[in-house]
Design a protein around this ligand. Sequence first.
Ligand code: GMT
Length: 378
Amino acid sequence: MRIGIVCYPTFGGSGVLATELGKALADKGHQVHFITYQQPVRLNVFSANIFYHEVSVPTYPLFDYPPYELALASSMVDVILNHDLDLLHVHYAIPHASAAYMAKQIVLERGRNIPVITTLHGTDITLVGRDKTYEPVVTFSINQSDAITAVSKNLRDETFKSFAITKEIEVVENFIDNTRYNKRPIDAFKKVIAPNNEKILIHASNFRKIKRVEDVIEIFAKVHAQVPSKLLLVGDGPERRHIEEQVRKLQVQDDVRFLGKQDQVEEIMLVSDLFILPSEYESFGLAAMEAMAAGVPVISSNAGGLPEINIDGVTGYTAPVGDVETMSQKAISLLSDETLLQQFRKNAKAQANKYDLQNIVPQYEKIYSRFCRMECGA
Ligand code: GMT
């Protein structure tokens, strides 16, 4: 099939998932056209089946807000017609679902019906989307999609709670390419981070308030007081400066490393012992699943879809949002019991195997095939 994928090209989970999906589809022989404003960060391979179409937004002195959505819709029309796309798969509702609706109407006038599949990822529903500023457009464009998917059961339920959705929402969970994690940790790298064999805790996010990175630091300070340990912080965002201050205030600065944005997280995950994700909300928690793929157990909150993937007492532990005490105690007990830690490592890896791309990508292909024209060969 010839598939158009629209996503945010940045480090966010939705863009990562969309890019990995495009790469997996290309490997299976589909022709994949990414339509976005920048080369997606994970689009770091050459494939004869992958095309990248950059959306450029011309500026004009009148525009305080250059109209990205219009430029995107026009690019979609161009790619649909000139590359004879079979369907558009848009990731993250705002503004991708409404731009796709506009493109669909335009090509319809030219005699082409292009199916639109919208995948809801999280904050497009639970944070930004339900804001009155966007809600009517989000509701309308989701309902106009030919198929709607959500990345967890929790996100599907949240969408029905917050929006008047008149169609079925299918749950297609996020996936992981486990082959990327099937390698040995780099010993030299581990030695640099933890020269005295300290335990390595890790957190990766976009450092937004919803991630509660200050809880990560509090948990680490409590763990560090009892277990020789280091903390790796991957990613960057608005909370970073405030977190640096907190690290100094709690006097753990010598054992905390800010690694910034990284596009090859697997090497870092592979040397780690425990992943911390105390978020206020996660529809799924792709970063936690990446940790599990590296055999790293997870201490997380029990918000949103997190308990669907992090099984309490099996792949790690969950606790209510803000319950730093329980999360710290669970982390200490796990890191202090090598037999238990090894068991949790195995459990985490087994859990990630269930979410392997081999199991999930066919679910998307099955949805695509429902909209396939006679000649598209799905
Ligand atoms: O977590 C973020 O703020 C980024 C956001 C995104 O859309 O890029 O992530 C959301 O989508 C990911 C991929 O489906 C999920 O794994 C994250 O849990 C979800 N984030 C939230 O719900 C806060």
